[in-house]
Design a protein around this ligand. Structure first.
Ligand SMILES: *Cc1c(COP(=O)(O)O)cnc(C)c1O
Length: 564
């Protein structure tokens, strides 16, 4: 298993490669000696240099590749690709050296993956990341700390508590004395890192559930006795969670996992700005209260940056409503949370400080590599309701972060966030956020100017939706009755689905698509094109080109689609 950079396959040593391919290939064998070489440090200067070369290739080879292929992905169908991956046996002896494996990944896999770093990739909440993130991720892998306990992470657990306090401060702005008391307090927790936003939301609602159905005389709490005993002890029939219909489907998963049932995640309609309809929320709360406790509200979840529309619920009003009614208030700011870093736009999230808990994703607008989420709590003692101890690892009173966490073993993503905050400064993140929001507004104006398009949900943050809807049809829609509108919308849906698909398949740019149910008078399901602007390299000229391409596709295929 000797490392051989000449097999590496970058352009400089293509010739060497040819030679190597022609030379008789020495068979690789798995034995103790070769195995040990993969564990110990490089044995000499030469091997060291080779290893460095690999890292260089990963940083720049991959980078060059991404630059060369400005498109999103190569034009090979999934069906075709899946035919190439049907070998389900594991070789007994090694098949390849590291050099070959890396070359293969760069040459054969990367081109068929998705170039999410392209400024033309504006369809999802995954995008380019600053190059230093790759360095930081490498350090996390090299250190290989396990945050489940202090014995496998030591100072890294302490560092994590500090960075959690930093973000907590951005959200809640508590007093200096509060952070002094809690930043390194082994008994309290201001939040925790999770694998993703989904698990952050589940953690928050797990805490909410256990706080509501906690122990009391004759009942040792839901965590111990389970849902049936809890409902019996509290004399309740069911628990519900109230949220906007634009909330993320991870809340439904939480309903299932926490045993309250996902049909009890009640989706409340939105107003014309796609924010939760406060009057309806209020009415729902009142009605539930009239059951005299038979139905209990486990939590109200507000959204700060809805996945489909980027819109923000009226957090202040929801927060006040919850505190009046003593209801747990969670804010899902998986997407919009980092907006708090911008002094210019932070006000959009006013009221977030009223939340009992807040979810923020690191791999979204903190521009960290996949995947990392976080959840924050206003009350530093509330996570006690989900504490677990084990004799061999998480002992009571220790700093072991695994005590209050849905995950067991966990990587040190907190190192990346802490370093990124130092490298970027809050102003660095603010510039990214502001670019996204302002470019989205510019894009909305552009869409409004073009007769063949219709802006559906204007951007509040950096997400907007629109659709192809030619001027003639817009006019028809305005005069149509409900049935006529439905039939026109069905046609438009087909057109928009087709244009989105053809643009994706052409591989130059990517805009996503979703279905929104909109309209004040009549609810209509309409297919919309969804654009998320988070890549700092995406600008209005690129967005214009994306619209041009959509117009072009529409003109070429409209006949085909409308006659279907
Ligand atoms: C992305 C997102 C989530 C889920 O986050 P994952 O990291 O994909 O699990 C939850 N809520 C909102 C509003 C999101 O945008």
């Amino acid at each position: 298993m000797k490392l051989n950079h000449q097999q590496f396959g970058d352009t400089d040593n293509k010739q060497m490669n040819m030679k190597n391919k022609n030379a008789k290939k020495t068979e690789l064998v798995a034995n103790w000696q070769t195995l040990m070489r993969t564990f110990i440090r490089p044995e000499n200067e030469e091997t060291k240099l080779i290893l460095i070369k690999y890292m260089e290739q990963i940083l720049f080879g991959l980078h060059n590749f991404l630059k060369k292929h400005v498109g999103i992905t190569e034009e090979v169908s999934l069906k075709e690709l899946s035919k190439r991956f049907t070998d389900t046996r594991i070789n007994k002896n090694p098949e390849k050296k590291l050099a070959e494996v890396i070359t293969e990944l760069i040459e054969d896999i990367a081109p068929h993956a998705v170039n999410v770093a392209s400024p033309y990739f504006v369809g999802h909440m995954t995008s380019a990341i600053p190059f230093f993130m790759v360095h930081l991720k490498t350090i996390v892998a090299a250190l290989n700390q396990n945050l489940v306990k202090i014995e496998t992470s030591k100072v890294v657990s302490i560092l994590e508590k500090q960075v959690i306090a930093k973000i907590h401060r951005v959200i809640y702005k508590e007093k200096e004395s509060f952070y002094k008391e809690h930043v390194q307090n082994s008994k309290t927790t201001l939040g925790c890192f999770t694998k993703d936003g989904t698990l952050a939301n589940i953690t928050a609602l797990w805490v909410a559930r256990n706080s509501l159905l906690s122990s009391k005389e004759g009942f040792s709490g839901i965590e111990e006795e389970g849902i049936a005993a809890a409902y019996k002890a509290y004399g309740i029939e069911k628990c519900v969670i109230l949220t906007s219909k634009l909330s993320h489907y991870s809340l439904k998963k939480a309903g299932g996992i926490l045993g309250i049932g996902n049909q009890n995640i009640i989706a409340i309609d939105v107003d014309s700005n796609n924010r939760i309809n406060l009057a309806l929320l209020n009415k729902e709360i009142k009605e539930i209260k009239q059951t005299g406790g038979r139905i209990r509200i486990l939590a109200v979840v507000g959204i700060a940056g809805a996945t489909e529309t980027g819109t923000i619920d009226p957090l202040k009003e929801i927060g006040m409503l919850c505190s009046e009614n003593k209801i747990y208030f969670h804010v899902d700011a998986a997407w919009g949370g980092p907006t708090l870093m911008s002094e210019k736009y932070r006000h959009l999230l006013d009221g977030i400080e009223l939340a009992d808990s807040v979810t923020i994703d690191c791999h979204k607008q903190f521009y960290m590599p996949m995947s990392s989420g976080m959840v924050y709590f206003k009350d530093p003692a509330i996570m006690d309701s989900i504490a677990y101890y084990a004799n061999y690892v998480n002992r009571p009173g220790s700093v072991d972060l695994g005590i209050k966490s849905i995950t067991g073993s966990r990587e040190a993503n907190s190192i990346i966030l802490d370093c990124a905050l130092k490298i970027m400064g809050s102003q660095g993140y603010a510039l990214l956020i502001e670019h996204g929001i302002e470019t989205a507004h510019e894009f909305a104006e552009e869409i409004k100017k073009r007769p063949d398009f219709q802006l559906i949900t204007p951007p509040e943050l950096n997400v907007l939706t629109y659709r192809i809807c030619p001027a003639k049809i817009k006019h028809k829609l305005s005069e149509a009755n409900f049935e006529q509108r439905q039939s026109i919308n069905e046609k438009l849906n087909k057109i928009n689905r087709t244009v989105q698909r053809l643009q994706r398949e052409a591989g130059k740019s990517f805009v996503s698509r979703t279905t929104l149910s909109i309209g004040n008078k009549w609810k209509e399901d309409i297919v919309v094109l969804r654009c998320v602007i988070m890549n700092p390299m995406t600008n209005i000229n690129i967005l214009r080109k994306i619209l041009d391409e959509q117009e072009e596709i529409y003109r070429c295929h409209m006949h085909e689609v409308s006659s279907q």
